[in-house]
Write a protein that binds this ligand. Structure first.
Ligand SMILES: *Cc1c(COP(=O)(O)O)cnc(C)c1O
Length: 357
């Protein structure tokens, strides 16, 4: 059976050796030595000035909205994972969907300004599949209209834009270290921010604590545990080889699909991508469903990601016109992409797809 992804696991002894350091101290959470070591190593690896390791990639979005004291409307993309929208609604704000760019698949910056009202407080955009949003245009719009910017960078581990980490853009960026993501800690994630926001985000991720007996204000519990950090520390040394192997698979897919009717992801200029997903867009939903069924008959399970488009969630009013997202989401399929996927398997997948277009 071939799934869309398979979690990379380091040798179990390596995980256990690292975990032993926490075991010896009988210290499993509350920012123990392993979380601190992981944060230090990630700051170096990613070349970012700060990081807060968290227990998943969704709480960082909620905490960012809370810490930036956002209210009213937040402009966002309909083409993302549900957590992007649910976090906005969970924090009592209203998502306002702006359509996506037909090739880059990120929010269409040229359509943002006409969606701004007196109630707009922020833009929450997703670097879809690790592809950068037009961060300069979004920054200009945000400045002109006094809006905050949050990036859901869940897919962006290791991505750089114009030579620096994509996490350095926006007021706050978030990442996910879920087991299905490029770099993982089982469940996990991180916050990255402009330096002046760090104390507030830090406090919000730890109950609002100001020392053991005082509080700055309201907080949640989004701390990463030592068990999660141990996994991250065991996976991190493999990242270069993980990315290299995924790149080789992506290049096989690219050369096979280039001259077909499939639409492939167009990377934004100046983006150094991380090979995190391999989406293909079929001409019609029927064509996609047919190919998907034939792949499944051969024990290959690609995933409809992202589908449905988020303006169709049951808790969203049906008032948004996002024709490009509505057209692309039903036709997109993410192909299997993971360490250990064999060349012959990629060839087999490619052949089935091409034969049935
Ligand atoms: C995975 C993902 C999340 C949520 O991350 P978790 O770690 O699963 O909570 C948020 N946004 C996007 C775009 C994602 O792909």
């Amino acid at each position: 059976m071939i799934n869309v992804t398979k979690t990379f696991l380091p040798p179990q002894e390596e995980y256990q050796d690292i975990l032993k350091k926490a075991w010896d101290k009988a210290w499993m959470t509350n920012r123990g030595i392993l979380v601190k070591e992981l944060e230090d190593k990630l700051m170096t690896y990613l070349e970012v000035p700060n990081i807060i390791a968290t227990t998943n990639g969704t709480l960082p979005l909620q905490i960012a909205i809370k810490a930036l004291q956002l209210t009213g409307e937040i402009i966002t993309t309909p083409f993302s994972y549900v957590a992007t929208t649910s976090s906005i609604v969970w924090e009592g704000c209203k998502p306002v969907f702006v359509d996506i760019h037909s090739e880059y698949l990120t929010i269409d910056e040229s359509k943002i300004e006409s969606a701004i009202t007196a109630n707009t407080s922020a833009i929450l955009a997703t670097h879809v599949y690790g592809n950068s949003c037009h961060v300069e245009a979004i920054e200009t719009i945000a400045k002109r209209n006094n809006l905050k910017v949050i990036y859901d960078a869940a897919h962006c581990f290791g991505v750089t834009y114009k030579g620096q980490s994509i996490f350095n853009y926006g007021d706050v960026s978030t990442c996910s270290f879920h087991a299905t993501k490029l770099f993982h800690t089982g469940e996990g994630g991180a916050l990255f921010c402009k330096p002046h926001l760090f104390p507030s985000l830090y406090s919000h991720h730890n109950f609002g604590h100001n020392g053991p007996e005082a509080f700055h204000g309201l907080g949640a519990n989004a701390k990463m545990s030592e068990l999660q950090a141990a996994m991250g520390l065991a996976v991190l040394p493999y990242m270069q080889s993980i990315i290299k192997e995924r790149k080789a698979i992506v290049e096989m897919y690219n050369s096979a699909f280039e001259s077909t009717s499939l639409q492939l992801l167009k990377l934004r200029e100046n983006t150094n991508w991380n090979y995190s997903y391999y989406p293909v867009i079929f001409e019609t939903e029927n064509q996609m469903l047919r190919v998907k069924q034939i792949l499944e008959n051969n024990a290959i399970f690609p995933r409809r990601y992202f589908y449905p488009t988020l303006n169709h969630l049951p808790y969203i009013t049906n008032e948004f016109s996002v024709p490009i997202s509505d057209k692309i989401a039903p036709c997109v399929l993410c192909m299997p992409l993971y360490v250990g996927l064999k060349k012959e398997e990629v060839k087999f997948i490619v052949q089935i797809v091409i034969d049935n277009l």
